[in-house]
Design a binder for this molecule. Structure first.
Ligand code: I3S
Length: 129
């Protein structure tokens, strides 16, 4: 995984391309906008970079490479999304303590299962922070 020099790496670190959309921001419903994002799990943060189109050479920490969006997983929750949240298969619903809800999806079920495990592990590891 490419990593940011600013964040400590932990055993839970993971990265890859996922389809992502916000559905709620600060408690307010927002319009879905599915995008393919390079996604990095670092410590208790989940970082997204839009429009990287699956490129693995992309790195956080360079000049033009700030993460587009960061989610603090501490105090959040992860579950499989119900059918009414999306017509896509393999969709994870991630809720943050700050009232942001995201849907995260991959067509590849082994990929999404690994992310589900990594996210639930991270949330339980940081449960008391
Ligand atoms: O929950 P929705 O409104 O059925 O979500 C769909 C829409 O966001 C749609 O875009 P428009 O807002 O232009 O209609 C997207 O293209 C779909 O992918 C969304 O549904 P899925 O079931 O794919 O999450």
């Amino acid at each position: 995984c490419p990593s940011s020099p600013k964040l400590p790496s932990t055993p839970s670190e993971k990265c890859g391309v996922l389809n992502v959309t916000k559905i709620t921001e600060n408690g307010k419903k927002v319009r879905k906008n599915w995008t393919s994002s390079w996604t990095v799990l670092q410590g208790s943060s989940l970082l997204f970079a839009k429009g990287q189109g699956g490129g693995t050479s992309w790195k956080f920490g360079g000049n033009q490479s700030k993460p587009e969006f960061t989610v603090d997983l501490r105090g959040g929750s992860v579950d499989w999304a119900s059918k009414d949240k999306s017509s896509k298969k393999h969709v994870i619903e991630l809720k943050t303590r700050q009232g942001t809800e995201l849907l995260i999806q991959s067509e590849i079920d082994s990929v999404i299962n690994d992310w589900y495990r990594a996210l639930t592990d991270t949330i339980s590891t940081h449960a008391w922070e």
